[in-house]
Design a protein around this ligand. Structure first.
Ligand code: SF4
Ligand code: SF4
Length: 370
């Protein structure tokens, strides 16, 4: 949808939060916790990572103070929005023993209305991928569905590339072009601190009319455009995706898989932080009296031995086979399965790998050594 671009100052962001709250939305956005920028429920702009940025490289993440008071002057942290849409743990049902047997108790997992603040372009693409996987087929995941339909998305254009990002290579950023209700670009110059804002939906337009009466000038529109252009030119990583599916299919026995297996700890961090990974397992628990039972769904990972366990043993018993499964699923078989890559180039798996394994380097190595 093509709407007018408006302008807000920092107080205007607070007014936006209030307007969303009046409509019943819980505000979820970036905030500093335990030395990282994570997504959590926030109340006001003071809870945002004001004046913080992050430095990221393989296996390393550090927060650093910025010299300005930017609200969104960082890349992405360890959390992604899947923590809210496809949560790490969900109780599927519970049951109680009664005189005539077990009775399944109704479980109310009513999803609250949430407004996601500060969603980046790569994350919008990751949400679209999870939409395809979890609610885009014949079978729909009701937990994801109810959470997803209650979300209002406020995107923020990336004003700085992370050290491990490669969204330009994956064609997923840095400019957010769809999938949001509102999209903002932060402009900080000297004492001037403003946000250009555009609507992507009718409900975004309605809120924008309420909170931002002033139109952005031509000059501010140009500045906003230059913010994403500059970010695009500063990507920390790049990956040549030419023929990547066939490259991986042709190289299932490449010596690089043995090499990466000597470094990979199979810790599963990369799958936990990845905004598109969706695999789960179920666990049944009972109390000691045997009166109460519950079934929980929990995130699982292709890096665990149990994940590929079938009668008689584990299909992928070696680290080599598990790393190969993960990378070939992300970048090759995912394309056959869902029509897109499973990777949006957010860089989290590189930053949060304890030994700094970098999928862009792995692909380069597979391309170079024939
Ligand atoms: S690639 Fe890194 S993060 Fe992923 S399982 Fe191996 S050691 Fe862990
Ligand atoms: S594979 Fe890595 S870079 Fe790609 S989306 Fe997942 S975490 Fe981000």
């Amino acid at each position: 949808m093509e709407g007018k671009m408006k302008i807000l100052n920092r107080d205007g962001i607070g007014t936006l939060f209030e307007s969303l709250k009046r409509r019943g939305f819980q505000i979820v956005g970036p905030t500093v916790r335990d030395g990282a920028i994570v997504y959590d429920e926030i109340d006001s702009t003071a809870d945002l990572p004001v004046g913080w940025t992050d430095e990221q490289t393989g296996g390393s993440y550090r927060l650093k103070q910025r010299s300005d008071g930017a609200l969104f002057g960082y890349a992405v942290g360890p959390h992604s929005w899947k923590n809210y849409l496809h949560p790490p743990e969900v109780r599927l049902w519970q049951a109680r023993r009664e005189e005539d047997g077990f009775r399944i108790l109704p479980d109310s997992d009513e999803a609250p209305k949430r407004a996601f603040i500060g969603v980046r372009s790569c994350e919008l693409h990751a949400i679209a991928i999870q939409d395809r996987v979890l609610i885009g087929g014949a079978e729909q995941d009701p937990t994801y569905h109810s959470r997803r339909e209650n979300v209002f998305i406020v995107a923020v254009q990336c004003g700085q590339a992370g050290g491990t990002c490669f969204c330009v290579s994956m064609k997923t950023g840095p400019e957010a072009t769809s999938g949001f209700d509102l999209a903002m670009t932060e402009i900080v110059e000297g004492n001037r601190h403003v946000f250009t804002v555009e609507a992507g939906t009718d409900r975004g337009e309605e809120i924008l009319r309420e909170v931002a009466p002033a139109e952005a000038s031509e000059e501010d529109r140009d500045k906003a455009k230059r913010v994403v252009e500059k970010t695009a030119s500063e990507m920390g990583r790049s990956m040549d995706t030419t023929g990547i599916k066939d490259l991986l299919y042709r190289n299932l026995e490449h010596p690089r898989w043995d090499e990466v297996a000597t470094r990979c700890l199979t810790c599963a961090n990369c799958t936990m932080v990845c905004p598109t990974c969706f695999c789960t397992t179920v666990e049944d628990v009972t109390d000691l009296s045997g009166e109460h039972a519950e079934r929980w769904r929990k995130w699982d990972s292709c890096f665990t031995m149990d994940f590929s366990y079938i009668h008689g043993g584990t299909v992928r018993s070696s680290p080599k086979s598990r790393y190969r499964q993960w990378l070939t699923h992300k970048l090759a078989t995912w394309i056959d399965q869902f029509g897109t890559s499973g990777c949006v180039g957010c860089g989290r798996c590189i930053t949060w790998c304890p030994v700094g394994i970098d999928l862009t380097e792995e692909i380069r190595a597979i391309r170079e050594v024939k």
